[in-house]
Design a binder for this molecule. Structure first.
Ligand code: UDP
Length: 365
């Protein structure tokens, strides 16, 4: 009879699909993952009262009612609003750069002048990409300052290339805000699962029709009879790299236990221009956990090579052209679907990954 549905990868995309297939269509699903836990990069665990995200900070945010209502079947959300600071010229300023950051970084008269120019160019409350801002002659001084101090060196560290060699969408993820709202995201729905992401994921696959097999590789299944495969790994690996390797970026986390209540003044502090790491995350902020000690991580971007964890596709025209070649090959296969950040080679957030899979499911049924 073989396997009805094989889902490769127990990350959020694979788990949503498993949940839908089992709960809605009453179909059997086998989910496999190389790692020894479910949840993919959302995986979190308790470290003496601090909920730690093993693969770095993950903050849920979405404007989609559909995604929000979907996830709320499996968890309640702690109403956490994400705020990030960056160390610029010795000051910890709000990121995205906004009018508060401006006031902290420049003397009053210059700040007032720049603020008036910004408000002449854009309505109060708007969010503008740094690349857009750079086109305004009157704001050249400010846009060059922001580009140089916030984006350029951080991006070199994170991607090992200049922002010019990446899709503009990468930098647009972090706009310049013409307002005083210090929040990182402006989405209608934001939060952190009250009992963590792992618990939420466990509830999603709580159905006897779903079997999860950990530390299990797709290679072991290649010659079996499988009716449908949903693959959330690297598409290049699926096809044995026949057109060459797709570039990815990886990360390394250096976790530290701190024997004092707080280490820093925000959950995430970015260091665009200092050190080799990009940011320090202090986890207890996400659920406002009260403990006498703390857990932090230093985040180091790494070149990806085979055998490492893939964290980000590298979005640009060249890489997309290579992905398209793989995609054409994928279209020749019946009943193999590529999902998630790696399967689709798209730098999207959790909510978009979920929406993608919910839409795929709607098509399948
Ligand atoms: N970025 C930057 N400086 C910052 C924050 C972000 O240059 O202080 C750029 C950088 O290229 C980064 C991208 O914006 O990779 C997206 O940032 P985001 O915080 O969305 O990255 P993620 O949390 O997904 O790693």
């Amino acid at each position: 009879m073989g396997i009805r549905n094989l889902i490769v990868g127990a990350g959020i995309s694979g788990l949503v699909l498993a949940e839908r297939l089992a709960n809605e269509l009453k179909e059997e699903v086998l989910v496999i993952d190389r790692r020894n836990h479910i949840g993919g990069n959302l995986y979190d665990y308790d470290d003496e009262g601090v909920n730690v995200h093993k693969y770095g900070a993950h903050i849920f945010h979405t404007d989609s009612c559909k995604v929000w209502e979907y996830l709320r079947q499996f968890t309640q959300f702690y109403p956490y609003m994400h705020e990030v600071k960056a160390l610029i010229n010795g000051c910890y300023v709000p990121i995205p750069f906004n009018l508060n950051s401006l006031r902290m970084l420049f003397p009053e008269s210059l700040a007032s002048d720049l603020e008036s120019k910004l408000l002449k160019a854009y309505p109060y409350g708007s969010r503008v990409s740094i690349l857009e801002l750079s086109k305004i002659e009157d704001l050249k001084f400010l846009s060059e300052f922001i580009y140089e101090n916030i984006f350029y060196h951080y991006t070199l560290k994170q991607w090992q290339c200049s922002p010019k060699d990446l899709d503009s969408s990468v930098l647009s993820r972090v706009p310049v805000c013409i307002g005083k709202d210090n929040r990182y995201f402006k989405d209608k729905f934001q939060g952190i699962p009250f009992e963590g992401y792992t618990k939420m994921c466990e509830r999603m696959v709580k159905n006897p029709l779903i079997e999860v097999r950990l530390q299990s590789d797709f290679k072991e299944f290649k010659n079996l009879e499988i009716q449908r495969v949903f693959y959330s790994g690297g598409i290049d690996e699926f096809f044995d790299y026949c057109f060459g390797e797709l570039p990815y970026r990886s990360l390394e986390f250096d976790f530290r236990k701190i024997s004092k209540e707080y280490f820093q003044s925000a959950s995430v502090i970015n260091y665009p221009n200092n050190y080799d790491f990009t940011r320090i995350v202090e986890y207890k902020y996400f659920l406002s956990q009260k403990t006498s000690r703390s857990v932090i991580s230093f985040e180091y971007p790494k070149n990806y090579s085979k055998g490492m964890e893939r964290f980000y596709p590298v979005p640009n025209d060249k890489n997309r052209a290579l992905y398209e070649k793989y995609l054409q090959k994928a279209l020749e296969l019946e009943n193999v679907y590529f999902i998630g950040r790696l399967g689709k080679y798209e730098y999207f957030d959790m909510d978009k990954a979920i929406l993608n899979v919910l839409e795929l499911f709607d098509k399948l049924r």
